[in-house]
Structure formats: C-alpha cells, structure tokens
Design a protein around this ligand. Structure first.
Ligand code: NAP
Length: 261
C-alpha cells in the first residue's frame, strides 16, 4: 500500500463493468469530479472486458482527479481477489469496497437444483463477497494501520422473499450477505469501518437475461407498489450515499430499495 500522502482514495467496485456496478462507478466518479476529490476506481469484471474498459474510460474522462482501472478477477478465486486488491494498492489507499458482483442461474423449481449450480452460486455470491470484505478490512481497519472506510454489500429483497419458484438458491445466498453485513459491521465498528447492505428489488439490468427472463422487469414492474422496476442508477445513488461521510453513523443497516416491496 502506498504511503504517498497525495495518493488517491481507492474504491473497489466488484462487477463494476455492467448493471448496478457500472452505475455505481459512474456515480462515484461524477461525485468526485463535482467535489474535486482525488479518487481511483477499480472496475472489477469477470469476463466482459470491453464493457469494464468502457466504464473505466468513461469515469476517467470526467475529471483529471478521477482515475479508473478495469481489473479482471473472479471474486470466487482467492488468488484473483488477492490480485484485485494488489491492483488497488498500486494506485493509492483503499477507502471503500462495493461488494456488488453476483450471479443468478435460470429460473426454475427447487426440486431441479443441483450441486454444481448451488456451489457456484455460493462461491460467487457468498465466498466472493467474504473474500473481498476480508481484503478490505485488512486495509481499512485502524487496528491494522488503516484509516477506516466503508463497505457496501449488494444483497437483494430476495433474501426476505426467498424467491419461491424462481431461485431460492440465489435468495439464500443474499440471506448470507445480510448476516455477514450485521456480523462484520459490529466486529469492525470500533476499527473505523462501516459495513452496510443495500437490498434492491426488481432492477432493470442484464441479470434477468441470465435468469432466462429478459423481459422480467417489464412483465413484473406493474406489481411493484411504486408501479415500475427500478434503475441501476437509483441503486447506485444509495450505495454512493452509504459510502459517503453523510452516512457516518450508519452501520450494520440492511437498506431496502424495492419501490415499496
Ligand atoms: P449484471 O448486470 O448481470 O452484472 C453483474 C456483474 O457481476 C457483471 O459486471 C459481472 O462481470 C460481474 N460478475 C459476475 N460474476 C463475477 C465473478 N465471478 N467475479 C467478478 N465479477 C463477476 O447484474 P446486476 O443486476 O447489476 O447485479 C449486481 C448485483 O445486484 C448482484 O449482486 C445482484 O445479485 C444484485 N441485485 C440485482 C437485482 C436486479 O434486479 N438487477 C436485484 C437485487 C440484487 P462481467 O461483466 O464480466 O460479466
């Protein structure tokens, strides 16, 4: 980790190349450009390099004070996560993590779940988030020589609903993220680190294509009390607020952003 006092604050956004992660990178870059803060965003991706590079380039173009680097890493791999945070160390001092990378398998019945699908879902959605949070704590904790910071975990309203007939495995993985958020928040609260979760409902991103139902937001948006699905930008706005000093007394919170559901 650099000891240069002029080094930028670094925020790692996992799965930052598309969807909610990409919107978060854009929002954080725009905030830094508006306030004159010197930051560097690590835009993590798994396979879509072109999209991550485009997001990083767009963020970096907003201001000379904003740097952004696309870094490929499978968050379920401990070696990759080590490399991801080493890339952050190379450019500045970590100040935040957005644990956003996540996957869902096609919609189906519980009786059709198999071990391969379950293990991959746990590996990316749970192990990945735990490993990234661990690396962040090692850098942010005042007990480890850090200066504090914030972690935002991207959970889901599915953790409460359980997603029957859709993807109970995915919902359960997000339940684990809620539990981790509560436990870790209290473990590191006195070490200068705030840990919170956002729990989005139906948000318009490509993840529904992976679920085998690309038109899911259009089809189900009318069932949401607010009358529509949400946008990635609306979730990014909440994530950015939780990372910001305005949320200085918020930790261990599970914040629903589901249009009333
Ligand atoms: P998305 O558009 O499908 O984007 C997912 C991102 O995660 C992509 O950037 C992808 O990388 C990355 N990713 C997937 N597996 C990865 C891995 N093993 N290592 C590193 N990165 C990986 O999905 P999204 O809707 O924005 O979802 C973002 C988060 O929000 C997820 O945790 C999801 O569960 C949660 N969420 C979404 C909704 C919703 O309705 N959209 C609702 C609740 C919660 P590539 O670009 O390289 O593929």
């Amino acid at each position: 980790m650099t000891s240069d006092p002029a080094a930028p604050n670094v925020i790692v956004v996992t799965g930052g190349g598309r969807g909610i992660g990409a919107a978060t990178v854009h929002r954080l870059a725009a905030d830094a450009a508006a306030t004159g803060n010197h930051i560097h965003l690590i835009v993590n991706y798994a396979s879509d390099e072109a999209s991550a590079r485009s997001v990083a380039d767009g963020a970096g173009a907003l201001s000379d004070l904003v740097g952004a680097t696309a870094v490929r890493a499978d968050v379920s791999s401990e070696d990759d996560v080590t490399r991801l945070f080493a890339a952050a160390d190379d450019v500045g001092r970590l100040s935040g993590l957005v644990n956003n990378a996540g996957i869902v398998y096609p919609i189906g019945a519980f009786v059709d779940l198999d071990a391969e699908r379950l293990e991959r879902t746990w590996a990316v959605n749970i192990t990945g988030a735990f490993l990234c949070a661990r690396e962040a704590v090692r850098r942010l904790s005042t007990a480890h020589g850090g200066s504090g910071g914030a972690i935002v975990n991207v959970s889901s309203r599915a953790a409460s609903f359980g997603s029957p007939n859709e993807f109970v495995d995915y919902a359960a993985s997000k339940g684990a993220i809620d539990t981790m958020t509560r436990g870790l928040a209290n473990e590191v609260a006195a070490q200068g680190i705030r840990v919170n979760a956002v729990r989005p409902g139906l948000i318009d991103t490509d993840i529904h294509t992976a679920a085998g139902f690309p038109e899911r937001v259009a089809a189900l948006g009318g069932n949401v009390p607010i009358g529509r699905g949400g946008t990635a930008t609306e979730v990014a706005n909440l994530i950015a607020w939780l990372l910001s000093p305005e949320a200085s007394y918020v930790t261990g919170a599970l914040m629903d952003i589901g249009g009333g559901r």
